[in-house]
Design a protein around this ligand. Sequence first.
Ligand code: ADP
Ligand code: DP6
Ligand code: CO
Length: 351
Amino acid sequence: MRSEHPATLAAAPEQGATEEATAVAHPNIALIKYWGKRDEDLVLPRVDSLSMTLDVFPTTTRVRLRADAAHDQVTLNGAPARGEALRRVVAFLDLVRERAGRAHRAVVDSENTVPTGAGLASSASGFAALAVAAAAAYGLDLDATALSRLARRGSGSASRSVFGGFAVWHAGPARGTAQEADLASHAEPVPTGDLDPALVVAVLDAGPKEVSSRTAMRRTVDTSPLYESWAASSGADLAEMRAALLAGDIETVGEVAERNALGMHATMLAARPAVRYMTPATLAVLDRVLRIRRDGVPAYATMDAGPNVKVLCRRADAGQVAAALWEAAADGTVLVAGPGPGARLLGGDGR
Ligand code: ADP
Ligand code: DP6
Ligand code: CO
């Protein structure tokens, strides 16, 4: 892969030489959701969240420094990034440049295999890959914790995609200095017991959402009378989720994930104006998940900022769950994901 563009990490390049790096990251799906910021600039969340990084839908991002360029040049899925998408990447690179004490502009080429802006966590894989590639290209030597903190600044959920498998993202202390809060707010791996999970993903609509996650969560915090009660219950959900993961208790993991996600959607429905990502196709799949459960198979739904549904079940049941979802998903597609790897740099041979 990309052997024609080897990643190089020269620490002290010659004048005008190109430094570049390529990284891969996978999306993650939260079982305890991140919804709401307490600091927009630092991307500090209101609540802790917990997710599974997937083994499908990788994003590959290459960053090349350009000594002679006046602007960053960003390509997303083969097309020049514009507007908000460009602004977010440039702001992220500015942060990396400030830390590295370097002014070089960059050429960024990123390819998502996950639909972009569809509620399937493209911003998570996208900014995790960008964090790893940009840090390397600009010569920052960061461990996984520091990369998670950095990725957070691009998109909160990206902090979790730095790690593989299950990860918790700490909100950090509500009081204290900005620096203390920034340091404390990163993801880390979560210990699990004997759990062989799958997330069956029903892609019902791969098109981009009308309201971004960022805008929707801001509106929810600012206007939804249900937000504070969901945020308060989310702490108890997290504690129960961690215990259930350790115990390998997929039923409790699923029940808590499903209620946490439905509660998050309730907060948005109560926002003014309402934010509704669920469509009739979403509800048809949710009905089907109830039927699967009534038939004795533990399967639990979670939805993000989009109409698509992810169903948690045992890997051994994933084929059966996927077959049922195919029937319910009308024109959609269904795929089975397992726990995937953390973000990583591709080597000089492109692997
Ligand atoms: P999603 O549900 O896909 O995470 P969001 O609304 O959170 O949707 O974020 C979508 C935005 O994330 C895109 O419009 C773009 O600004 C940014 N994004 C997605 N993929 C990438 C990528 N590979 N590189 C940089 N930015 C990306
Ligand atoms: C519903 O991380 O995409 O998927 O930090 O503004 O980029 P920004 O938002 P983002 O929000 C994700 C929201 C969610 C829940 C989750 O992934 O925890
Ligand atoms: Co996102």
